[in-house]
Design a protein around this ligand. Structure first.
Ligand SMILES: Nc1ncnc2c1ncn2[C@@H]1O[C@H](COP(=O)(O)OP(=O)(O)OP(=O)(O)O)[C@@H](O)[C@H]1O
Ligand SMILES: [Mg+2]
Length: 502
């Protein structure tokens, strides 16, 4: 069958905000649709930032605009009063005559007023007046009005005015008199509207420029690094073992720099863990294979050792049962290794055992008594009984003992004291079992990870599992194992086990 595109349906989830690509597949074919840049900006962080910046700048402009309207109105009214004063002042000293009709018309036109009057003390002089003045609503005295009232009045004119008449008055600058204008508010309103329109336009331009600059700055400082981080996460998650995909921090000192450092160290840790896991999996496979064949070999060895037991020679009679027991034990291990597929030790089968005997078995298996220079001391009281899984405790002490022997074997000076001592002490509800040697001690750098699988070992050809297995078995017993002391005089491991006196 020929491969059609539908067989290769791929869901490429968006990799980053800047270039999201989605592959849509239907029954017959798949279609690639590139989302437009605008859509991406609108949906992404950058778009939201852009809109928010515009909105915030507009709000700021409105907050500035409202008081400035009141100010504009006051200035507008003051300008008209000043114009009226300048025009009237020429006639003021001319005593009692009235302005000609034309002059009155010009004055009213210049000041956009219905009437202009001046009061000096109790004398009020009407400078100019149109035939019909109408009902005066509001009376405004410049310089006396409070800011809030002025604001209210300006907004009222802006939104509801146009057909109202008001009177505005203020002190004259040239003499100690008041000048008064009666005006239709349509001129003031038109000026206010014009001012508002200009402010709105300027606000818009300022908003757009500010928003653009803020957007660019934020895009450059935040959005772009985030896109870079997320696309690296995507690429890394597809192939976490590829060391070249570990993020290279840019060395920034801010929060994004911290996130970059964290991501890089997380990825490195993950790669180390993956390598360990792979190591474990390979080891598991190798162990299973070896174990499989080893079991067959041990089965034959068991058969031969059974045969040996039948030989009357006293030396053979002495060693044959030990040999059978040891091979039996090995067969049992190979079985439990197969169980190890579960990645956990089986729970301890607790029975009451004589601890001295379990330790003695370890001594025999280590064969230390037979070696020159080695001194083996089993100081556990012969009658000490403890509830435990003797096989597991045997394995634990054997691992510790073998480590000690291996450590002491490295020193070949014949004058060296090579002593391996196992002792016990009961402390209330627990038992302390100490395995001490006179070896060279464990380097301090090695100590923190001593009980972690594959971490503590420095010896070539060893797996670095012994202490990890020991710790796991003792934990399952409800106890713990610690390195009590380690220096040039030797090391002491202490196993703490729950203890109940019978
Ligand atoms: N009594 C000791 N004296 C000196 N070094 C020790 C002693 N016990 C453990 N060590 C050090 O701790 C390391 C870890 O021991 P562990 O038993 O976990 O692994 P291993 O002996 O290297 O390998 P394995 O036991 O799996 O074959 C050893 O390689 C050794 O360097
Ligand atoms: Mg070991």
């Amino acid at each position: 069958m020929s491969q059609t595109s539908s067989e290769n349906k791929t869901d490429l989830s968006p990799t980053n905000g800047a270039s999201k690509v989605a592959v849509l597949a239907d029954d017959d074919n798949s279609r690639t649709v590139s989302k437009s840049v605008f859509q991406n900006i609108a949906q992404g962080l950058s778009g939201r930032l852009l809109v928010l910046t515009i909105v915030f700048v507009m709000i700021a402009e409105v907050l500035i605009f409202v008081p400035s309207v009141a100010n504009f109105r006051n200035v507008w009214l003051q300008n008209h009063l000043d114009t009226a004063e300048t025009a009237s002042i020429v006639y003021l000293d001319g005593a009692d005559f009235m302005l000609s009709e034309k002059a009155q018309g010009d004055l009213l036109k210049a000041t956009q007023s219905l009437s202009v009057s001046i009061s000096e003390g109790s004398v009020k002089r009407l400078m100019a007046s149109s035939p019909t003045v109408g009902m005066v609503g509001e009376r405004v005295t410049l310089g006396v009005m409070q800011p809030f009232e002025s604001l209210k009045s300006s907004l009222s004119t802006l939104f509801f005015g146009g057909e109202r008449i008001y009177q505005v008055s203020g002190p004259m600058k040239s003499r100690d008199s008041q000048i008064m204008l009666v005006q239709e508010d349509k001129y003031l309103r038109a000026a206010l509207l014009n001012y508002a329109r200009n402010i709105l336009l300027i606000s818009l331009v300022i908003s757009l420029i500010t928003a653009g600059l803020v957007f660019l700055a934020l895009y450059w400082l935040i959005v772009r690094p985030i896109i870079k981080l997320s696309s690296n996460m995507d690429a890394f998650s597809q192939n976490p073992e590829n060391a070249s995909l570990v993020y290279q921090p840019t060395g920034r000192g801010d929060e994004i720099g911290v996130a970059e450092d964290r991501l890089a160290s997380l990825q490195k840790d993950l790669q180390t863990t993956l390598r360990q896991k792979q190591h474990l999996a390979e080891l598991g496979l190798a162990v299973s294979k070896i174990n499989h064949d080893l079991r067959n070999i041990l089965a034959s060895a068991l058969l031969f050792s059974d045969r040996l037991a039948g030989i009357a020679d006293p030396t053979v009679q002495r060693f044959a049962p030990k040999l059978v027991k040891t091979i039996d034990r090995a067969v049992e291990y190979t079985r439990s290794v197969l169980d190890y597929g579960k990645a956990k030790e089986s729970p301890p089968q607790l029975r009451i055992h004589k601890l001295h005997q379990v330790i003695a078995d370890v001594g025999e298996t280590l064969n230390v008594e037979q070696q020159a220079n080695f001194e083996w001391k089993n100081e556990v009281p012969k009658d000490l009984e403890i509830l435990c899984d003797s096989e597991q405790i045997f394995r634990v002490v054997l691992n510790l003992g073998r480590n000690a022997v291996q450590a002491m074997e490295t020193d070949d000076a014949s004058s060296l004291v090579k002593q391996l001592t196992v002792s016990s002490a009961i402390q209330g509800d627990h038992l302390e079992l100490r395995i001490s040697d006179t070896g060279p001690g464990i380097p301090v750098v090695q100590q923190p990870k001593l009980f972690e699988a594959f971490q503590g070992s420095t010896k070539s050809g060893s797996t670095g599992l012994g202490l990890a297995i020991a710790a796991e078995l003792i934990n399952a017993h409800g106890g713990k194992i610690i390195l009590e002391r380690s220096d040039q005089r030797g090391s002491t491991f202490m196993i703490i086990l729950p203890y109940q006196k019978n």
